[in-house]
Design a protein around this ligand. Structure first.
Ligand code: URP
Ligand code: ZN
Ligand code: ZN
Length: 458
């Protein structure tokens, strides 16, 4: 099957030019003008951007957490991702206490199998760090799971102490893997939570007030120091605090392989959302929490100057009814997480490119190319080049999207951006050459997504 995308403006992380893109089977076969071929299908992209499919390297589909399970599974979550212009995700498999990494990998492969409508890879969350597990990390890397998420937060759930973190980092360094770090000082947060509850403070906003930015900054600094000594790249996930970003910037200025992502919620929502009436603030209970609005400009600056290399979603949706409600009388029981897999590209285009904060090339870099490079998927994923997978989005820069629970495709009963109008809309999406969204309608198939075997660092 040969598909020709005709007349669009191709945008990569480095270039912007008018060209036709020829796809042969699953790959990009030719880029040029007046390609002398009669294709099986032609897509008219005049007046549109032709960009690499979005890559969201932080999602939690079908994830047991906080006494419940995230509301999107691999079918609903990846279809919503496709609607939003994302063609690859890297989700998190979770090692059970006493279990092996292989068991976790098999469990998450089974969750995705027959359901994922786009390609998917996995990071591995390690809840323990025994000699046997550290040995096993090598086998996982050979399977294409080349990054491990560790937690400095959530004591009793995911938390590892510094010694365990350090040993795991050393092993990652040896085998060419990357450490993804949830950097918040969990033990100290637990003291603050206990003290707040003892005073009768139960409302959602106390989730944020008991997780101060300084404790994210402290953990970020500690993670970077441990990684430096262990000689391993560290990627700070869901960075929300400008105070934490300062440490990433300083480390990068020293030439360390320190990377960080932020998420749209930290760029477009803020502490004030917790003060919405009634229990509505629970919609935004996530860790780290939303921060002060006036600090957002620091995150934008980080994105512009490459102190932040990626924007992912941390998509971890829980319905208000029956799930967030678990914390109606105690903020610490509200399941942590929020939806966003569908709105990332739209928000970043509107709030980033249209508003003049970042260029269109930088938009492509932070939503696709950068994460593909950091996590061993480039150049198969993350660019428009001959030989790359034909994961392509035709993006209409003029048409507007209004975000609403009534029209979104995520399996969750609220949208954190309800009513927000974004300029720009995903029109057509191709996943490995197959059109999976055509003029705004999903035409793909659950189960057509492939596992992405990611490369380790050489
Ligand atoms: O609140 C969040 N971020 N929920 C998902 C789990 C995590 O820590 O990424
Ligand atoms: Zn986390
Ligand atoms: Zn997460």
């Amino acid at each position: 099957m040969k598909t020709l995308i005709r007349g669009g403006t191709v945008v990569t992380a480095t270039d912007t030019y008018q060209a036709d893109v020829l796809i042969d089977g699953e790959r990009i076969a030719m880029i040029g003008n007046q390609i002398p071929i009669v294709p099986d299908k032609t897509i008219d992209a005049r007046g549109k951007f032709v960009i690499p499919g979005g890559i969201d390297v932080h999602t939690h589909l079908d994830m047991p957490f906080g006494g419940t399970t995230s509301a999107d599974d691999f079918r609903t979550g990846t279809i919503a991702a496709a609607y939003g212009g994302t063609t690859s995700i890297v989700d998190f498999a979770i090692q059970e206490r006493g279990g092996t990494l292989r068991q976790a990998f098999d469990t998450w492969m089974a969750k995705a199998d027959g359901k994922a409508a786009i390609d998917y890879g996995f990071h591995m969350i390690m809840r323990e760090s025994t000699p046997a597990l550290r040995e096993e990390m090598g086998a996982l890397v050979r399977e294409g799971v080349t990054s491990f998420k560790l937690f400095m937060a959530y004591p009793g759930v995911f938390f590892l102490d510094d010694a365990a973190i350090f040993r795991t980092m050393q092993r990652s360094g040896e085998i060419g893997a990357t450490i993804c770090m949830h950097a918040e000082n969990g033990p100290v947060i637990d003291v603050l939570v206990e003290q707040a509850l003892a005073k009768g403070y139960t409302a959602p906003k106390f989730h944020a007030l008991t997780r101060p930015a300084r404790l994210e900054a402290e953990a970020t600094y500690r993670a970077i120091c441990l990684a430096e000594v262990a000689d391993v790249p560290v990627y700070i996930v869901h960075l929300s605090a400008a105070e934490a970003l300062e440490h990433v910037t300083a480390a990068r200025d020293r030439g360390l392989p320190a990377f960080a992502e932020t998420c749209p919620q930290y760029l477009f929502l803020s502490y004030e959302n917790y003060e919405e009436p009634g229990f509505s603030g629970a919609k935004y209970v996530m860790s780290p929490p939303l921060r002060a609005k006036e600090k957002q400009k620091e995150l934008w600056r980080g994105l512009k100057f490459n102190d932040l290399q990626a924007v992912s979603t941390d998509h971890c949706p829980f319905c208000m009814k029956g799930e967030k409600e678990l914390g109606a009388n105690d903020f610490s029981k509200i399941p942590n997480g929020a939806p966003g897999i569908e709105s990332r590209m739209s928000l970043m285009y509107d709030g980033g490119v249209v508003s003049g904060q970042i260029t269109m090339n930088r938009f492509v870099e932070i939503t696709s190319t950068g994460p593909a490079k950091i996590f061993g998927m480039f150049p198969k994923k993350g660019t428009i080049a001959v030989g790359s997978d034909a994961d392509i989005v035709i993006f209409d820069p003029e048409r507007k999207t209004t975000w609403s629970v009534k029209t979104h495709h995520m399996n969750v009963d609220y949208n954190p951006y309800e009513g927000r109008v974004c300029q720009g809309a995903v029109e057509t999406v191709l996943s490995r050459g197959n059109v999976i969204v055509e003029r705004g309608i999903f035409t793909g198939r659950a189960g057509s997504g492939n596992f992405i075997k990611r490369a380790a660092r050489s």
